[in-house]
Design a protein around this ligand. Sequence first.
Ligand code: ADP
Ligand code: MG
Length: 547
Amino acid sequence: NAPVQEFEYKAEMKQLLDLIVHSLYTHPEIFLRELVSNAADALSKARFSSLTDGGLMAAAGEDAIHITLDKEKLLFVIEDSGIGMSEDELIANLGTVAKSGTLGFMQSLQEQKKELDGNLIGQFGVGFYSVFMVTENVTVETRSAQEGSEGLRWQSSGQGTYTIEKIEKNERGTRISFTLKEEYKEFAEEYRVEQVIKKYSNFVDFPIYLGEKQLNSVTALWQRPKSELQEGDVHEFYKFISNDFEDPLDYLSVSVEGAVSFKALLFLPQNAPMELLYRQGELENKGPQLYVKKVMIQNECRDLLPEYLRFIAGVVDTEDLSLNVSREVVQSSPVMAKIRQILTTKILGWFEELAVEQPEKFKTFYKAFGPIVKIGLNTDFTNRDKLIELLRFESTKTGEGEFVTLKEYVARMGGEQKEIYYHSGAGRAQLLANPNLEYFQSRGIEVLLLSDPVDVFVIPSIHEYDSKPLKSIEKADIDFSKETTEGEEPVAENLLVPLLAKFREALGEDIADVVESHRLVSSPVTIVGGKDAMDSQMERMMKMMQQ
Ligand code: ADP
Ligand code: MG
């Protein structure tokens, strides 16, 4: 008899399990989605590896997921013929937390009394452990598809230790079995399992069988012509691939034939993903799924879209890449570059169309993703002009939360006005209270109000639009007309000169100069920046970042 080895979870793992089981989950049914998703991943890896690796053990039957229930004994079994796991993989995958920072993140959620909904669990690589919500003891029997592998049994009660022993297992793949807690006996009922599978796993691209019956509809939606797509299906598909609970804001179906051929189904989420809010920079790991001839090659392919569009979810399927390509080859392939270029153009065109045809949707999109898209102005020079047209600003002539485009601004500016004016700061109210606005307000000159923190980094780089320079109203070199308001006496030269000298003397090194101003209406003084000086909002941002 082979010995049973006992292992201890890392301390971090214990805390994580405790959090998952006792505080964070509110939807126990999620365990089913997570187990199915792992089984599908394992099948997908096997399908992909078999194309590149000759030594792989073949599956006994169809590539599929089988669920078996025993209502009397409350037994639940899920089995796949996927890639399986070796002993090292069992320890690495089921005994440790994969992503660093996960525990801290979960704890912060708990402190904020936030629920760990299904939306998040999959994103943080802790899906497997959700099974401990519905059972006290889990058995994983697995055999890796790699040559020379052996059968293994992993067992744990999620309490601090797990065991691994060798077993007899003839076929590759993984079988996970457990007895349900009495309170979750519903998951031993066929109707309930079918319901949950239909809800979360309908688009898994391997058949899922409950006994003899197939529960999911395996269809590659992105292969269908646009006219055949049903909105309900498309929305469900989006939720399935993105782990989002909400419908997408909009979707785009793309079919390209030519120098490269591909089909794509792309989605605009309603909201920016949690990662974007909680984990800055994590977005670099997002992107649509890449399929080659209906085989998934990469789950989150960075190379399909430029970074500033990587919040777009979906599937891209091409015939023009070879199946046995490595990640590096995909990355540097001219086919990918071509696909990225075409997709970018299509997506920017899609945004443009939304702006014209569905302005409310566009506004929702812009509020959620505007700050990310703007970054493209500094990185994607080919599409700069298109991106500039997408920009939206509040201004002194819009209401709060209403937008104006640069085109509209230029169309309504007076004949005299030669420049486009903007004012940047932390928020509308603060911006409107600034004395530098007085001149513009009193003469009815529109000023764009920039309150998105990204604005100061990207807007000044536009320099001009429609041959009109963009200028911060804080700058000293604005050409104010000298005419005084009616009934107002100009200050006599012999008073002004000594007065300015007094100011210069008092302020000394702290300032560059004191000059007579024609920009003020009711305030006596204001501070402005020199021609080449940094915008004050920019200066504040730089200081904040240095801290
Ligand atoms: P994630 O799926 O996000 O990586 P999970 O906690 O769901 O996180 O699973 C952890 C890891 O365990 C997986 O990445 C995979 O390597 C391994 N695993 C889980 N289930 C299976 C399975 N059925 N077959 C093979 N490997 C599996
Ligand atoms: Mg998983």
